[in-house]
Design a protein around this ligand. Structure first.
Ligand SMILES: Nc1ncnc2c1ncn2[C@@H]1O[C@H](COP(=O)(O)OP(=O)(O)OP(=O)(O)O)[C@@H](O)[C@H]1O
Ligand SMILES: [Mg+2]
Length: 274
């Protein structure tokens, strides 16, 4: 089933007194339920603009955005509120995206409460379930974001999304601010959640190796457009577009890592979370 369908989407910023910036210039793609799509491309190519537009934070300047066949711009307020619940975003700055004045428990309780996800007498149990889902011990419940690690904060960000029972999660560079050793564990979590909860995931990264190991399909973005897309292995092993080849060649370590990783089962690549 197609969840999200994007057709010829354009996003243009009109900053006062400046030339308009065409951040997204005619992008089309769709995402099925339970599927993972990777979007890769260099800094400034429009990845975050695309993501923000898909979740309804930034209005498109042209094009169509449909969720389960319904055009976003024509949704009734109640339907749009529901859309904003079932399509969630996780950001790069995990610590900064959490309220510094709220403990982990308060953060999770608040989201469950505000969106009336469970009856009041089920909130505490649901908080524990969510922690378990993202591989965190209950000992973090009374901690503030600054008292736990970046990786743990990112797990809480995912737990907060999951509290809303989403169908699609857009993760915008979710690991690029984390230590390399932690990155693999968080990516492993993303994939586990995707498989176990049948979640659709859009994973945005500049790291081709990250996307290849997590995503069913990959789209390569350049200057506001998708220059190439297809099954992850096809795009990254046999890139057709010159820009994709350039992107692969520009990061020799990634090219080597890709070849090495391709020879190993992914279970060995992504160590279990701890
Ligand atoms: N609010 C804004 N107002 C004006 N221009 C913007 C705004 N947000 C982004 N841009 C511009 O739009 C273009 C695309 O930016 P965007 O943040 O979408 O790229 P990105 O691919 O996410 O980059 P990065 O990898 O660095 O996160 C850039 O030229 C950027 O300067
Ligand atoms: Mg970005």
């Amino acid at each position: 089933m197609t969840l999200l369908n994007v057709q010829d989407l354009h996003v243009t910023y009109h900053a006062h007194g400046q030339k308009p910036v065409e951040a997204v210039r005619g992008v089309s793609f769709s995402v099925d339920a339970g599927e993972s799509l990777g979007i890769v491309g260099e800094s400034g190519c429009g990845k975050s603009s695309l993501a923000k537009t898909v979740i309804g934070l930034q209005p498109p300047s042209a094009g169509s955005l449909r969720f389960k066949g319904q055009e976003l711009s024509r949704m009734a307020p109640a339907a749009f509120r529901d859309y904003r619940r079932v399509v969630q975003m996780v950001f790069q700055d995990a610590v900064g995206s959490l309220n510094p004045r709220m403990t982990v428990r308060q953060t999770l309780e608040e989201v469950l409460h505000v969106h009336r996800m469970v009856p009041a007498n089920r909130v505490a149990a649901r908080v524990r379930e969510l922690l378990d889902r993202v591989g965190l011990p209950e000992t973090v419940l009374d901690a503030y974001p600054r008292e736990i690690s970046g990786g743990q904060c990112q797990r809480i960000s995912f737990a907060r999304c999951l509290a809303l029972e989403p169908q699609l999660i857009i993760a915008d560079e979710p690991v690029s601010a984390l230590d390399v050793s932690v990155q693999a564990r968080i990516l492993n979590l993303v994939r586990t959640l995707q498989k176990e909860l049948h979640l659709a995931v859009i994973l945005i990264s500049h790291d081709l190796a990250v996307v290849r190991n997590i995503c069913d399909r990959v789209a390569v973005m350049y200057a506001g457009q998708f220059v190439e897309s297809g099954p992850a292995a096809d795009v990254l092993d046999a890139p057709k577009h010159a820009y994709t080849r350039e992107l692969l060649a520009a990061v020799p370590d990634v090219g080597r890592a890709l070849r090495e990783r391709a020879q190993r089962p992914t279970s060995q690549l992504l160590t279990p979370s701890s």
